[in-house]
Design a protein around this ligand. Structure first.
Ligand code: ATP
Length: 286
């Protein structure tokens, strides 16, 4: 049996802006997305399983059938590329927290698409893989591409940026989940008081200026966060108090991330928060 192992890295939103609600129900977004070192692991056994796709998730709190984005990605890959499925066994080892604003499911889907391209259709153009990715979900095209990206439209209009400096990142997820549709439902674009300075952020990244980039973090979902999720801001304030350059919520939360320019301070912040929150991570920009 052939065994292949892949990493599926999580993302953070250095910025997240909503520009308008579209007629098709989606929103036009403007986001700077960034891959980080925190990752799930995908183990593949190709050409196995009697022509079927199978998936195991090792007890993680995620669906393990057709609703799993990794499964959906595999099925769509075979369909959209007219590749006969000769059987595929997949095993996911989840480490990215679920429903945390870190695109865990999208990361898994993206790594499946990239792995299957490598195995079955090495000459498939990147644009074609990103088109299939968008059918799986709005964040999947970014996860296929990775790095530092300005993502617009639903997230599929991507411009790769210069890489962010490889600084330490502390992430902390409070013990509740936030529904992404609920948060979108709370946004009336014309009533938003502030929008992130995405242009300034892109410029700071181009200059390789970590401190300036950190100063430009922003996420419009923070403005509409219901009061009962105020712990998000308590965590942010603790990270700032521990010496972060800046901190904010990623995606639709509730995970808060903080950028540091100093390993020792990042470790101190991580250790302090890990005492109170089991889902705390000390990672890096990838
Ligand atoms: P995003 O940042 O893209 O909004 P998220 O990090 O908030 O995503 P996920 O961890 O991707 O959220 O999970 C969202 C939902 O997707 C959950 O309800 C989960 O059950 C489902 N799901 C399907 N497949 C997966 C997967 N492979 N890993 C995690 N969740 C999955």
């Amino acid at each position: 049996m052939i065994t292949m192992t892949y990493s599926a890295p999580a993302k953070i939103n250095l910025s997240l802006d909503i520009l308008r609600k579209r007629k098709d129900g989606f929103h036009d977004m403007r986001m700077v997305m960034q891959t980080i070192t925190l990752h799930d692991t995908l183990i593949l056994h190709p050409h196995c399983g009697g022509g079927r796709i199978t998936l195991s998730c090792g007890g993680a709190q995620v669906p393990c059938g057709e609703e799993n984005l990794a499964w959906k990605a595999a099925q769509l890959f075979f369909e959209e590329t007219d590749t006969p499925c000769d059987g595929l066994e997949m095993e996911l080892r989840k480490r990215i927290p679920v429903s945390a604003g870190m695109a865990g499911g999208s990361a898994d889907a993206a790594v499946v698409l990239k792995a299957l391209r490598g195995l079955y259709r090495p000459s498939l153009p990147r644009e074609e893989l990103e088109r299939i990715a968008l059918k799986v979900g709005s964040d999947v095209p970014f996860c296929v591409r990775g790095g530092t990206v300005l993502a617009e439209g639903r997230g599929e209009q991507m411009t790769s940026l210069a890489r962010m400096p490889r600084c330490p990142v502390v992430l902390c997820k409070p013990g509740f989940g936030i529904s992404t549709p609920e948060l979108f439902g709370r946004v009336t674009v014309s009533r938003l008081k502030t929008h992130p300075d995405t242009r300034g952020l892109v410029k700071a990244i181009a200059l390789g200026d970590l401190r300036m980039a950190a100063g430009k973090l922003g996420n419009v979902f923070e403005e509409v966060l219901p009061q009962e999720y105020g712990e998000v801001f308590e965590i942010r304030d603790r990270l700032l108090g521990a010496g972060a350059l800046n901190a904010g919520m990623t995606g639709s939360g509730p995970t808060v991330f903080a950028l540091f320019d100093d390993e020792t301070r990042a470790k101190g912040a991580y250790e302090a928060l890990a005492k109170d929150y089991s889902e705390t991570y000390l990672e890096k920009i990838l």
